[in-house]
Ligand binder design. Structure first.
Ligand SMILES: [Cu+2]
Length: 251
C-alpha cells in the first residue's frame, strides 16, 4: 500500500471511531437530483373529515408544577383537530412515484420546543440527516425519548430551561414518535423523508407541495388518530394538480 493510501485508510478508520460525525450532504448520500424549474409543478389539496370527529381528552396539566401555571383553563390533547370538516396536523407527503431521488440536506434545523409540558409543533416533517433540535422552555425536567423503527433512537433528559439537544434521523419513516417519559401525554410525531415534498396541515386543512417534477404520484396522509389514507394524482409538466384526502368517522 502506498503511503498516501495508508494515510487515507488511517484517516477513515479514525473518523469511524470517535472522530467528527460525518453527515451526508444529501438525503441519501448520493448526488442531488436535479428538478427542472421549467417543468416542475405544484400538488395542492385538502384533508377532510366526514362525520362527527372523535372527542379529545383534557390533559392533566393543571397539577404539574411549572406547567399548570402556564394555562388559564383546561388543555385539550389536540389530537383530533377538525374545523368545519378540515383536518389540522395531518402529515401529507408524496408517498410513491418519485423513484430514486436525493436532495440537499437543509442546513437549518427543525425545532421542537418543549413548552408548557407540550411539544411545539406536535407534528412536523424533516429530511433524512437534517438536524432536529429539541429546546426546553420549561423550568423542569423533560426526558426526550425517540424510537424510530428504521434509524438509531435517542433518550436523554433535559433539566435546564433554555437547554437544547439535537438529533438526526438517517432513514425515511412515517411516522417517528418521540415522547417524554416524565409526562406521558407529551408526544410529538416526526415524519422523515428523503425528499422535501411534505407538509403538515394547519387549521385550514390545506397543503401545497411545490416544485414537484411532473409525473404520476401516490399522495399519502398520516394522522395520529385517523390513520393513513392515500390518493393517486397526475401532475402535468409545469402544471398543478389538486387532490382531496378524506377520513370518515367510525360508524
Ligand atoms: Cu416532560
Amino acid at each position: 500500500m502506498k503511503r498516501h493510501a495508508m494515510l487515507l485508510a488511517l484517516a477513515a478508520a479514525l473518523a469511524g471511531c470517535g472522530g467528527p460525525e460525518e453527515v451526508p450532504t444529501t438525503t441519501t448520500g448520493g448526488p442531488a437530483t436535479a428538478v427542472d424549474d421549467a417543468t416542475a409543478g405544484t400538488i395542492t389539496g385538502a384533508v377532510r373529515f366526514t362525520g362527527t370527529p372523535p372527542a379529545m381528552a383534557a390533559l392533566p396539566l393543571a397539577s404539574v408544577s411549572g406547567c399548570g401555571d402556564q394555562y388559564t383553563g383546561p388543555v385539550s390533547a389536540g389530537d383530533a383537530l377538525v374545523h368545519d370538516g378540515l383536518v389540522e396536523n395531518a402529515f401529507v407527503y408524496v408517498k410513491d412515484g418519485l423513484g430514486a431521488v436525493s436532495f440537499p440536506v437543509p442546513a437549518e434545523p427543525v425545532v421542537i420546543d418543549q413548552r408548557g409540558c407540550l411539544y411545539h409543533p406536535h407534528v412536523v416533517g424533516v429530511l433524512t440527516h437534517q438536524l432536529v433540535k429539541f429546546l426546553n422552555s420549561d423550568a423542569l425536567l423533560h426526558n426526550v425519548h425517540g424510537k424510530p423503527a428504521n434509524s438509531s433512537g435517542w433518550n436523554f433528559g433535559m433539566g435546564v430551561k433554555g437547554s437544547e439537544r439535537t438529533v438526526r434521523i438517517a432513514k425515511p419513516e412515517v411516522m417517528v414518535s418521540t415522547r417524554c417519559d416524565v409526562h406521558p401525554w407529551m408526544q410529538a410525531y416526526v415524519g422523515v423523508l428523503d425528499h422535501p415534498y411534505f407538509q403538515v396541515t394547519g387549521a385550514d386543512g390545506r397543503f401545497a407541495l411545490a416544485h414537484v417534477p411532473p409525473g404520476s404520484y401516490v399522495v399519502g396522509v398520516w394522522h395520529e388518530r385517523f390513520g393513513a389514507q392515500e390518493a393517486k394524482v397526475t401532475l402535468p409538466p409545469h402544471g398543478s394538480a389538486d387532490v382531496t384526502l378524506t377520513y370518515t368517522a367510525a360508524p
